[in-house]
Structures are given as C-alpha cells and as structure tokens.
Design a binder for this molecule. Structure first.
Ligand code: FMN
Length: 197
C-alpha cells in the first residue's frame, strides 16, 4: 500500500468488518505504515487531553523483549519445573512473541495532571488501541489485541522498564493476514440499549 494514500475505508465499514486476526504472515510490515497506524492511535480522545499512551514497537529480534517477559512470568509461576522441562517451557514462552512480524505493547502512562482519573486514563489508552486496530484493518493488515495474565504480571512491567503507575493495556500483534476470520457474532445494540425519552 502507498502510505501517502489516505485510508479511504468508510468508518462504518471499517468498524463492522474489522475482525480479530490471530494468524498473520511472516512478511515484514513497512515501517511507514506502522508509523501511520500509531498516528491514528494517538488521535484517540482523552479527558483533559492527557494523551496517556505509550507504544513500544517490536519487530525482528526486538520481539525477544516480549518473549523474555513471557518466559520470566512463566518461570515465576512454575518454581517446581527444572532441567529440560523448564528449558522447553521457556523456549515455548519466548516463541509466543514471534507469532507476528510486529508486536506493539500499548502502555497507559497516567498523567500527573491532578484532574486525571485513572479509569479514564486507561479508557483513553484502550481507545488508542481501537483506533490502531481500525487503521490496521483499513490498511489491509490483520491484528489481534492480546492480553492474558502475563500482561498484568509485575515481571512483565519490569521487563518493559515501566514505571510503577504505568500499565500495559494490550499486546497488538500485527501483520499481513493469513486467515479468514470466522463469521462475527454480535448482540444487536437495541438489546443493550435503554432509551429515556
Ligand atoms: C482487552 C482485550 C483483550 C483481548 N485479549 C485477547 C487475548 O488475550 N487472546 C485472544 O485470542 N483475543 C483477545 N482479544 C480479542 C477478542 O477475543 C475479540 O475481540 C472478540 O472475540 C471479538 O472478536 P472480533 O474482534 O473479531 O470482533 C481481546 C480483546 C480485548 C478488547
């Protein structure tokens, strides 16, 4: 894709056709495209415009940082495992970070503005993730927002050298799609809506 080109997908179409794509090709993604996605992420709303997000983009061997995080968390949870069994398990954990050519750790870095509310800072960082996912989809890329217990573990935060008040809100695995997403299911919004008129 020509990255100078605007993302032309209609907003409703982008929202409704975006799907979680957990399997992507090994082919690299152009850095200019990744930068464009991050720019879209950075246009998310935030209360008092605190912009409480940080992006750690991992490609190539850079992904081993996340792999190390997975391995450290797994090791801490399996103190009884030793020898070859432990080595095999750690190898598997490290390999998880290589499931996509690009993985972006999205961090909520709360503002020290006294008006900032933590729940809203997290909401803003999560909104940035949704922007990123929609922009990725409109660029023809596939992405999955991964979390899971290791994401919340203090050792994962330490691995990414985060401050105590910072939180990881997602690992976004990104690449050229290598699967067709299953038929999506959604409860109609009407069933979750109350109108007060
Ligand atoms: C905060 C958050 C965390 C998620 N974590 C995972 C995850 O760890 N593994 C996974 O397979 N999918 C994860 N997902 C993706 C959801 O499973 C997916 O969005 C949902 O099934 C709806 O499918 P769709 O995205 O294709 O519409 C996560 C989504 C969100 C919003």
């Amino acid at each position: 894709m020509d990255v100078e080109e605007k993302l032309v997908m209609n907003v409703e179409e982008a929202i409704k056709t975006r799907r979680t794509i957990g399997r992507v090709k090994k082919d690299p993604v152009d850095r200019a495209i990744i930068e464009k996605l991050l720019e879209c992420a950075a246009w998310a709303p935030s209360h008092h415009n605190t912009q409480p997000w940080k992006f750690i983009v991992m490609t190539g061997e850079g992904r081993s940082r996340l792999g190390e995080g997975y391995a450290r968390v797994a090791r801490a949870g399996l103190p009884e495992l030793t020898g070859q069994e432990l080595e095999d398990r750690l190898l598997k954990e490290r390999g998880k970070a290589f499931r996509a050519p690009v993985v972006i750790t999205v961090v909520c870095s709360p503002s020290n503005d006294p008006r900032a509310v933590l729940a809203e800072e997290l909401a803003a960082a999560q909104a940035a993730v949704q922007n990123l996912l929609l922009a990725a989809h409109a660029s023809g890329l596939g992405a999955i927002w991964r979390s899971g217990e290791p994401m919340y573990h203090p050792l994962m935060k330490e691995t990414f050298e985060l401050a105590l008040d910072e939180e990881i809100v997602g690992f976004i695995y990104l690449g050229h799609p290598d699967m067709t997403a299953p038929e999506p299911k959604r409860v109609p919004a009407a069933e979750k809506t109350q109108w007060l008129e």
